[in-house]
Ligand binder design. Structure first.
Ligand SMILES: [Zn+2]
Length: 183
């Protein structure tokens, strides 16, 4: 017995009627960047099915260097899967989704931040930068951050959204834009 036991039983149910999705371009042509919070699972909130969209999740759904690196790889992969460089004019849209009541908001409190830094060894400045207190503000900042990342493919657009935990509704804060387009 592990805590995974009931989940593995659910998987057994799942596998009984499962049909594998072939490796190909995600059918929604969207890559979602979202918080790891268990209340904001993009598959459920956005109704994603297998094969629809890659999802990158971290604390806050922030655009970190690791996220930028993954997106560079995904863009290269999408280009290969669509027939090689120069075949497709556009690849996919990156939808950054931040949410209300985010647990990273605690990091805006200096005392909590100091304790977190001491317990985890993570730099306090990095913890402060990762805090989502106003998701509308942070998602806007992360869209801009990603759009200016040198490794972002010019064939990838970026949009920003906020998920409201209280209503279950996602609203668009920043419309999809390509890197070279002015704001
Ligand atoms: Zn969160």
């Amino acid at each position: 017995m592990t805590r995974m036991t009931p989940l593995l039983e659910r998987n057994e149910q799942f596998a009984r009627t499962y049909t594998p999705a072939a490796l190909g371009l995600p059918t929604a042509q969207v890559v979602v960047v979202a918080c790891l919070d268990h209340r904001v699972d993009p598959a459920i909130v956005l109704g994603l099915q297998l094969g629809d969209a890659p999802v990158i999740r971290n604390a806050g759904g922030r655009v970190t260097q690791a996220v930028i690196d993954d997106l560079a790889f995904l863009a290269f992969l999408a280009e290969q899967l669509s027939g090689g460089p120069g075949t497709a004019d556009t690849l996919f849209e990156v939808a950054i989704v931040h949410h209300t009541q985010c647990g990273t908001g605690f990091l805006a409190d200096p005392g909590f931040r100091q304790q977190t830094a001491a317990a985890t060894g993570l730099p306090e400045a990095a913890l402060e930068a990762s805090a989502v207190t106003d998701p509308h503000t942070t998602v806007k900042a992360d869209v801009e951050h990603l759009l200016t990342a040198p490794s972002l493919s010019p064939k990838v657009s970026v949009s920003g959204h906020v998920y409201d935990i209280a209503t279950g509704r996602v609203t668009t804060t920043v419309d999809a834009r390509y890197p070279q387009q002015p704001a």
